[in-house]
Unconditional design. Structure first.
Length: 179
């Protein structure tokens, strides 16, 4: 994969995230916080959005070598995660999201063709994993798309649809100067 390609994919990822976040800001605090059982993977908008935030954080620290060696135990791994009881409001989520996105973009800006196509080695409880860096980054984008879709379903249910968040829509807006 080429640097420009992964940067384009992350530009899309950020664009789609912003559409979801803008709609989250329009729902009531009760709608944002309430657990649901309508089939989303994380039982509500708040928990889904915190999971997405944690994924951004976990991806970045993994890429920066945090999990290069095993941590002491499961509790040590759990302590690295962002939990929904520590980010309790949309304002808190939005603030931390802005920081994590900035840090992730800064990391991506350090990539070279060699590092992008190099190997990432990391350890999660009991499992050693190795992927090409670009594969790990693409996996992050696809993971986010899954959970953005879940959030979009909830937002639509609450009357705040983010509209189309497809890649071709992003490209059209980008090429016309709207994104």
């Amino acid at each position: 994969m080429k640097i420009d390609e992964i940067k384009l994919m992350y530009e899309y990822n950020d664009w789609a995230d912003e559409r979801i976040l803008a709609c989250c800001a329009k729902v009531s605090p009760e709608q944002y916080a309430v657990p649901t059982s309508i089939g989303t993977g994380h039982a509500g908008l708040h928990k889904t959005m915190v999971h997405l935030l944690d994924s951004i954080w976990q991806t970045r620290i993994t890429l920066q070598g945090y999990y290069k060696y095993p941590l002491a135990d499961q509790a040590a791994y759990d302590a690295t995660e962002i939990h929904d009881d520590t980010i309790t409001t949309f304002a808190e989520l939005r603030e931390r999201w802005t920081i994590e996105k900035r840090e992730m973009r800064a990391y991506i800006d350090t990539l070279t063709e060699e590092t992008l196509n190099g190997m990432l080695h990391y350890v999660i409880p009991g499992i050693v994993r190795e992927y090409d860096v670009w594969q790990f980054l693409l996996s992050d984008i696809l993971h986010a798309q899954q959970h953005r879709s879940e959030a979009a379903s909830l937002l639509t249910f609450y009357g705040q649809s983010p509209g189309d968040i497809d890649f071709p829509i992003f490209l059209s807006e980008r090429n016309s100067g709207k994104s």
